[in-house]
Design a protein around this ligand. Sequence first.
Ligand code: SAM
Length: 286
Amino acid sequence: MSGPRLSTQNLLTDNPELYEARFPDPDRLAGRWAEDTLRRYGSGPRVLDLGCGTGRDAAHLHRAGRTVTGADLSDAMLSYARAQHPGPEYRRADLRQFALPGREFDAVVCLDSALLHCHTNAELDGFLASVRGCLTPGGLLVAELRNGAFFLGRTELLGAPRVDGFMWRGVAYESTTTLSVDRTAQLLRRTRVWTSDDGAAPVEQRSAWRLLFPQELRHMLAGHGFEVLALHDGPGPRSEPAWREGDAPGSVTDADRLHLVARLNRPDLPVTSGRTRQGHRHERHP
Ligand SMILES: C[S@@+](CC[C@H](N)C(=O)[O-])C[C@H]1O[C@@H](n2cnc3c(N)ncnc32)[C@H](O)[C@@H]1O
């Protein structure tokens, strides 16, 4: 593989090998947590990993004996997943609205805030309607995401830019990251400036995640026929302290990560709230 391209939409998701190097998970903590959660709530074997990224969690679930489909919007991620984490079937899909004809799943997993790429209520409705459309009755939605409520009264992640540096294939990279809250759009916005010592011009990249609140999430899920079986801030794969085998799900939603397990009890419910094509924005994903 050649070196990463600085002039991309997102240095990390456009360079999946680099993404895994920056966010290593050698013990497959996220995959093990997902598998443990699926077992705990009695999921059947067919799993869709939405926003599967490099495919490492999908491949872990595959090795655990499940029949896995990984879906992502990034062609770079999908190519990497097919080559480096074989086993699952990998498909291109936009989680904000998708259909996988001929496929039915016992569970949909959506890890590391992939669900928060739905920025608007219409996109969230599109996501939930699409998940409903591919889940078997009684199927599970398992998600792990940032907790919007964490930012109520807390500013520790906001304001001052954070500078990180790392070496990759002989080039020194530095990122300066600034997070801010857009209260009107209910988004956490990130501006990240990349510099490198190989002569490339600095690149500014902008991303955003929906700030979803636990009660808001419960309300949307109920409207789509889901029963919430668990919603808590940890332990999970990215919580502090992190989840370990044998840990039971928590009961509060105060810290910065949410862990959701919801069961589709009413697949017959009509979709009502604002799921329109006009409302379906196609911003570039981070
Ligand atoms: C933070 S990564 C998480 C990847 C993986 N789930 C993990 O936990 O390692 C978010 C992923 O969501 C994907 N993504 C962003 N917007 C998307 C969309 N609208 N539809 C599908 N995938 C999307 C990105 O390409 C990226 O692979």
